[in-house]
Design a protein around this ligand. Structure first.
Ligand code: SF4
Length: 260
């Protein structure tokens, strides 16, 4: 059974959530420009890219091609490149930094310590992310509250980083369920990563992602050898201490009013 058959199950207020998400994206395109969508090509992100394309929004999509992605993810990236109306930008790490790190620490360094794992994420993800977001007023992510305890309070619009780097983070699917995501994929025949059919709910770099078993946490397959919820992030979405977040319950229109 594939991911669509397994998971597609719209929640009771799915249509309302979808309408709010569309409204949020339309307003974001005008009120937060320039902005981009950060896509890992996971299920949530392909939904957002599909929405951006179907609404014909002027929002580029970028992918961090870390040099360690699964072939299935690279194949989906190529297909997205070929079919997306919105421009698809690819950011890669500085090759020299990767070569030096691997020569010094070995290609499996991430398994030896959290510090080395974070150093690898810093080179392959965080530095390219900063380049991707340079000059942007906002970015769009596929974060959902349901994904983990660390993400349980993800707001639709997160102004926590505005003081630090001037950027707002927009999480249009923050209150969607996993069933909503797959219902959208099913309804709209959205192309997705076939790894989702092999029990990979969350997909990152190949060395750091495994399939999960029945009953395991959504992100259990990410950095599975590490313990502790707080370490299960690569740094892309780690909140600064004095982060100021907006509540998720208000309407999208209300969020815009509050976020200004
Ligand atoms: S997820 Fe793993 S391979 Fe990818 S950048 Fe982080 S440590 Fe390196």
């Amino acid at each position: 059974m594939g991911a669509v058959e397994l998971h597609a199950r719209a929640s009771r207020d799915y249509e309302t959530r979808l309408a709010e998400t569309q409204k949020l994206l339309i307003q974001a395109a005008s009120e937060f420009a320039p902005l981009k969508q950060a896509s890992s090509l996971g299920a949530e992100d392909v939904v957002i890219t599909h929405l951006i394309n179907s609404l014909e929004l002027d929002i580029p999509v970028f992918v961090l091609e870390t040099g360690a992605l699964h072939q299935e993810t690279l194949d989906l990236l190529a297909r997205t490149h070929a079919t997306s109306r919105a421009p698809v930008e690819v950011y890669r790490p500085v090759q020299e930094h990767v070569v030096q790190f691997v020569a010094r620490e070995g290609k499996d360094a991430m398994y030896r310590s959290i510090d080395l794992r974070k150093a690898c994420c810093g080179i392959r993800k965080l530095e390219p992310l900063e380049r991707a977001l340079a000059g942007q007023k906002a970015w769009i992510t596929g974060l959902r509250r349901e994904q983990s305890a660390a993400r349980a309070e993800v707001p639709l619009i997160d102004t926590g980083d505005v003081v630090k780097n001037g950027r707002t983070k927009i999480n249009p699917l923050s209150n969607w369920t996993w069933g909503d995501v797959w219902h959208y994929i099913q309804q709209n025949q959205v192309d997705y990563n076939p790894l989702h059919d092999q029990f990979f709910p969350s997909i990152g770099c190949a060395p750091c992602t495994r399939a999960i078993s029945l009953g395991e946490d959504f992100r259990a397959g990410r950095w599975w050898w590490e313990s502790g919820e707080t370490t299960k992030e690569c740094g892309l979405h780690v909140k600064p201490e004095a982060s100021e977040s907006l509540p998720v319950a208000a309407s999208a229109q209300g969020h815009f009013a509050e976020a200004k």
